[in-house]
Design a protein around this ligand. Structure first.
Ligand code: IPM
Ligand code: MG
Length: 357
């Protein structure tokens, strides 16, 4: 295949981990005879420094003209005091919206070999878990009306959470489709005891159940879900939820897999094009030190092959290379559970590259 990939290194550790992942991509492309053309995109903090805004039109256009997008991470303390519309994160939100990437898929599974890195009690870790969190990505409180106004006691700030039936339907439908390929179970997470948008979410979810009668749907309130995730993560298989709840719960889910440095994500729309990125942020505290875990970004490439290009062998090759490397006992510092010397980003990448032949 001839593929045009928009590459956004972004800020902080984004730079190191994307470079590492591209080495893996080059090797897989060579082995399977694909030609990847990289189109480098400047977005986030870097774009603010260079152009004064987080996502200039020409940079966005490069993403729109590509077959998929690979992103490291954006953001950092340096830009933390800028007004909302000029923050690096705005680049991410802009790309998601403009590319119509309404579905964010975040798999979280506890690898048997990393059980000791799981912070949960031994008996819970022993049971393991393997869930896919589906987060709505272009609606809800992230994109609702927001602003400030004057009130009798000073300023009032507001953000609004709105969901249309159509927005709920398309993400929940995807959850049903994924559930059909797995255990035919969905847990839909909301706050229907308080929020009207959640009550509509529930109605639509159950209405769609008629189209997928084999799938068993369970509703769970978000506060309870936060608790259940650490009490009994094994009960979750396919999870579907709104933008903000998904943001929060996916971080929690990542932490119980051992490290947020392991988890990839795919953001998809109606077309095959997607944006692939690790779920972690730019980690300014360790940026430039060469110790960041490249695995989440490398596994994001695995998801890209699977979801956008339907190239299963290439995806399996990457997944196996990562798992075998972990099985051999190699660890970056964030998942150090076996007393070995922690490997840096490049050394870890090298170990993974050696498995692809
Ligand atoms: C994520 C991140 C982003 C989000 C931030 C950086 C805007 O936390 O992808 O989970 O909240 O969506
Ligand atoms: Mg987040």
């Amino acid at each position: 295949m001839d593929i045009k990939l928009a590459v956004i290194h972004g800020d902080g550790i984004g730079v190191e981990i994307v470079d590492a992942a591209l080495k893996v991509l080059d090797k897989v492309a060579k082995k399977y005879k694909h030609s990847f053309r990289y189109e480098y995109v400047t977005a986030g903090g870097r774009a603010i420094d260079q152009f004064g805004i987080p996502l200039p039109d020409e940079e966005l256009k490069k993403c729109l003209d590509s077959d998929s997008v690979l992103l490291g991470a954006v953001g950092g303390e340096k830009w933390d005091t800028l007004p909302g519309h000029l923050r690096p994160e705005r680049a991410l939100l802009g790309i998601r919206k403009e590319l119509g990437l309404f579905a964010n898929i975040r798999p979280a599974k506890l690898l048997p070999i990393l059980k000791d890195a799981c912070p949960l009690k031994r008996e819970i870790a022993e049971k393991g878990f393997d869930m896919v969190i589906l987060r709505e990505l272009t609606g809800g409180i992230y994109y609702g009306e927001r602003g400030r106004k004057n009130g009798p006691y000073g300023q009032i700030a507001y953000d609004t959470m709105e969901y249309s039936e159509k927005e709920i339907e398309r993400i929940v439908r995807m959850a049903y489709q994924i559930a059909m390929t797995r255990k035919k179970q969905i847990i839909s997470i909301d706050k229907a005891n308080v929020l009207e948008s959640s009550r509509l979410w529930r109605e639509v979810t159950h209405r769609l159940n008629k189209e997928y009668p084999e799938v068993k749907v369970r509703d769970m309130l978000v506060d309870n879900a936060a608790m259940q995730l650490i009490r009994c993560p094994a009960q979750f298989d396919v999870v579907v939820t709104s933008n903000m709840f998904g943001d929060i719960l996916s971080d929690e889910a990542s932490q119980i897999t051992g490290s947020i440095g392991l988890l990839p994500s795919a953001s998809l729309g109606e077309s095959g094009r997607g944006m692939y990125e690790p779920i972690h942020g730019s980690a300014p505290d360790i940026a430039g030190k060469g110790i960041a875990n490249p695995i989440a970004t490398i596994l994001s490439l695995e998801m890209m092959f699977r979801y956008s290009f339907k190239l299963e062998n290439e995806a399996d090759e990457i997944e196996n290379a990562v798992y075998r490397t972990l099985e051999e006992g190699h660890r970056t510092v964030d998942i150090l559970d076996n007393g070995t010397r922690p490997l840096g980003t490049q050394e870890m990448t090298q170990k993974i590259l050696e498995k692809i032949r």
